[in-house]
Design a protein around this ligand. Structure first.
Ligand code: SF4
Ligand code: SF4
Length: 483
């Protein structure tokens, strides 16, 4: 905030500076093209992914990416995550954070500048605004001047287009939670039973319209925690969009600079044209150094390269570089670029280790699960014949496409007998439960111990669920308690 703005804010008694409208100018260049490419790619993935099909066999959902709340499943192509495996999602979140840290250590806020949904949708909304109302200068003029009927019509058209994009965005979101083609048909024909989907579409329409249309750079400046975290995680080797002041300063107009150079003086390459500020979507002047407001989108690089090309000077007066290199070049030393350093290697190794471990466990996991919870009250009961009994809630999970028979056994406690309430033992005395394909079944298990009791108050035991057809087994640990 400038001194004038500060004193104005102080004299008005407000703790907050009024928002200054930003009209980013359109720009051409390599970073703009990269941003267009990523915008098209990320939006195409978001809008089209629910319609991608994946064959999982008869009876299973055919949607490649699906969050199936009614059946408590998450499907991602060939991966199916059950509620008992929610730790994979935790692992994914940890991986995402590490990838963000690595990106930051190599090239600053490239997530913010190119991939963050706030950036992508704001860019899309700005394009719609430019298409209807014209480029920066025209938009600023229209906002400052009287509202003619033409301007009003343009405003209505712009907001209508924004709302259509927002509605489309909310509509795509709900398609990740149900079979997309079926839900589209139900929504389009106003069928009963999808009222929740309408509510969620409404919520996402509103938030998209507000965040990308109205709040824009304010989300990055005031709401998002990442710039603060990123600033604490960065170091002097991380590449950031940098004004190369060793080359650009002292800045002055082209005319003054040429005159000074002709007289044998030193003039920087910056001609103070202000184009880098004019194209900035957050209104930052990159020449003032690093700031939280800079989302590192690289558009000021394109703007300045365009100016340099016009006046016949070398490009990249603004570039992905470091402040340290500016200082080094000033003192005549060669710049240093160190993408491989302790923190990038540690992040990369952690990503490989966690990613590798998750892939391995996913690839080798079986298609059955067993979970056990000991009764809390009573922990143990003594029967009239002196035997001790503990009760448990046992859940068998059959993750295959066929029904399966599981026999329950208990290990770790000599002479302990296990039974399942409501199930008769088979000819061999085994308690067997049948679990349908892709289902779980809960049962109450009783473990009874007759004869000699262990000396410890708590004895570790292992429940074993054995598939009677394949012989494969899964285990769950618990304990047998004495009163
Ligand atoms: S200063 Fe440059 S890189 Fe930073 S947000 Fe503005 S245009 Fe993008
Ligand atoms: S666009 Fe380049 S030359 Fe123009 S003010 Fe910015 S840094 Fe200086």
């Amino acid at each position: 905030m400038s001194a004038t703005e500060s004193s104005r804010t102080a004299s008005s008694g407000s703790l907050y500076a009024a928002r200054k409208a930003i009209y980013p100018k359109e720009v051409e260049g390599s970073f703009r093209r990269i941003k267009w490419g990523l915008l098209a790619f990320t939006l195409a993935v978001y809008y089209l992914l629910p319609f991608v099909r994946w064959d999982r066999g008869p009876g299973a959902p055919t949607q490649a990416v699906l969050v199936d709340f009614p059946h408590r499943r998450f499907y991602f192509f060939f991966i199916e995550i059950w509620p008992q495996e929610v730790y994979y999602l935790t692992g994914l979140l940890i991986l995402a954070a590490l990838v963000l840290f690595l990106m930051n250590a190599v090239a600053g806020r490239i997530w913010c500048g190119y991939l963050c949904p706030q950036t992508v949708w704001t860019d899309l909304y700005l394009s719609a605004e430019r298409w209807i109302e014209g480029d920066a200068r025209e938009r600023a003029r229209k906002d400052a001047g009287p509202r003619t009927s033409k301007i009003r019509r343009e405003k209505i058209a712009k907001h209508a287009l924004w709302l259509v994009i927002a509605w489309w965005t909310g509509g795509a979101w709900v398609l990740y939670f149900a079979d997309a083609p079926t839900l589209v048909h139900q929504l389009a024909t106003f069928q009963p039973g999808v009222s929740q989907a309408y509510v969620w579409i409404g919520i996402f329409t509103f938030t998209t319209y507000m965040l990308a249309g109205h709040m824009r750079e304010q989300v990055c400046l005031y709401m998002c925690p990442w710039p603060r975290i990123q600033a604490a995680l960065t170091d002097e080797y991380a590449l950031n969009v940098t004004f190369r002041y060793d080359r650009g300063e002292p800045r002055m107009s082209l005319k003054q600079g040429l005159a000074l150079r002709a007289a044998g003086g030193r003039a920087g390459d910056c001609v103070d044209c202000g184009q880098c500020v004019a194209v900035c979507p957050t209104g930052v002047d990159i020449r003032e150094g690093a700031s939280l407001g800079c989302v590192q989108c690289g558009l000021c690089i394109d703007a300045c390269d365009g100016v340099m090309a016009k006046i016949g000077r070398a490009p990249r007066l603004i570039a992905y570089d470091t402040q340290m290199n500016c200082e080094r070049r000033k003192s005549g030393a060669a710049p240093i670029f160190k993408p491989l350093r302790a923190r990038t290697l540690i992040y990369a190794m952690l990503i490989l280790a966690i990613g590798g471990m998750m892939s391995l466990t996913l690839a080798t996991r079986g298609d059955a699960r067993l979970s056990v919870i000991h009764d809390r009250n009573p922990l143990a009961v003594r029967l009239t014949d002196g035997a001790l009994r503990n009760a448990y809630t046992v859940r068998f999970a059959n993750m295959s496409g066929e029904p399966r028979r599981f026999a329950l056994e208990v290990e770790g406690l000599d002479q302990a007998e296990v039974e399942i309430v409501g199930v008769e033992p088979d000819a061999q005395g085994r308690f067997v439960v049948v679990v349908g394909p892709d289902q779980t079944r809960e049962a109450r298990a009783l473990v009874t111990l007759r004869g000699d009791k262990p000396s410890a108050a708590q004895t570790p035991i292992v429940f074993v669920s054995r598939d009677l057809d394949s012989g494969a087994s899964v285990e769950a640990k618990d304990a047998f308690l004495q009163p």
